[in-house]
Design a protein around this ligand. Sequence first.
Ligand SMILES: *Cc1c(COP(=O)(O)O)cnc(C)c1O
Length: 375
Amino acid sequence: MSQAAIPFVDLKAQYSHLKADIDARIARVLEHGAFIMGPEVAELEKALGAFCGAKHVISCSSGTDALQMVLMAENIGPGDAVFMPSFTFTATAEVVLLLGAEPVFVDVDGRDFNIDLQSLEAAIARVQKEGRLKPRGVIAVDLFGLPADYSALKKTCDQHGMLLLADAAQSFGGARDNTRVGLLAPATATSFFPAKPLGCYGDGGAIFVQDDETAHVLRSIRAHGKGDDKYDIVRVGVNGRLDTIQAAVLLAKLPSFAAEIEAREKLSQHYDAMLKGLVVTPIRPKGTQSAWAQYSILTPKRDELAAKLKAAGVPTAVYYPRPMHLQTAYAQFGGGPGSLPVSEKLSGEILALPMHPFMPEETAERIGAAIKAAL
Ligand SMILES: *Cc1c(COP(=O)(O)O)cnc(C)c1O
């Protein structure tokens, strides 16, 4: 019996729901012609601030640029150490090296997949003892959409005078202790890459900060380091603006975003119920709301399960098959195989299932049944 292919992420279903508004907003940009920093950009920044409660929103060209610009605003560079989980996407490490600073890879918690505080504190102590690098910042990654424990991380960062930056590329729309992502850390970077929970139709991102001066510096960095006018260059910057058309797309998507997060939550609970006892399902730490960018399970039979699901028409993905401290480009900054055992074990057992807000219940049932049959 042939069944329709199941999409891993269904952007077409979302477009068909929002088509009238998306098309009208894009058409308006084509008419007014302000493709760079048009009125939609400021309108989006205001709407994102209202959504998450952040005082300042600086939209930008990608999640990667968002991370890099925050580090630039802090003058992080050669001789500086920036701590981060090894179990993350490459962008988290890449931006640190691009600025001439060094990433220090830290292990993650085996159940919530976020940075492990004990491993972090041990790494800070090690760097201080060695004396070669100055501890300057921590990038916590909200993996798969689950916000990290920012109140605990903030204490550690304050104690050492370090920047705390949230890599919230996967978690915008999530919350912890009744506070939305964007307001949990002093600085937050998110991504609007199409497959993220809130995605545009190209590359895009945003930075959320509370501090007025940092916001001012970030707006300058975003536009080549401009001062009072665009030919007065007061610092080294980048070309980091969000396109007006992408802002228009996001303005059309934002009003239904909270309902989409609820739909993701519902699907995650459906998966939980179907998969209990078969595989290790994600945990929900007290007071947290994940944005469910991914629903990732753990099983020692990961590769076998993924192959059987593929044969049954169920797509899966592995985030991430190799931790950063074992990547060719970054290995020299890590302690080699065996140094971060939790990240290494997870990379062999993790498997992400199809996750999006438009999945019909029958499709979820079909995925659950395919997993049951495969194990
Ligand atoms: C997607 C992602 C990024 C990068 O975002 P882009 O918009 O693609 O540059 C950074 N960190 C994490 C954890 C991500 O998932």
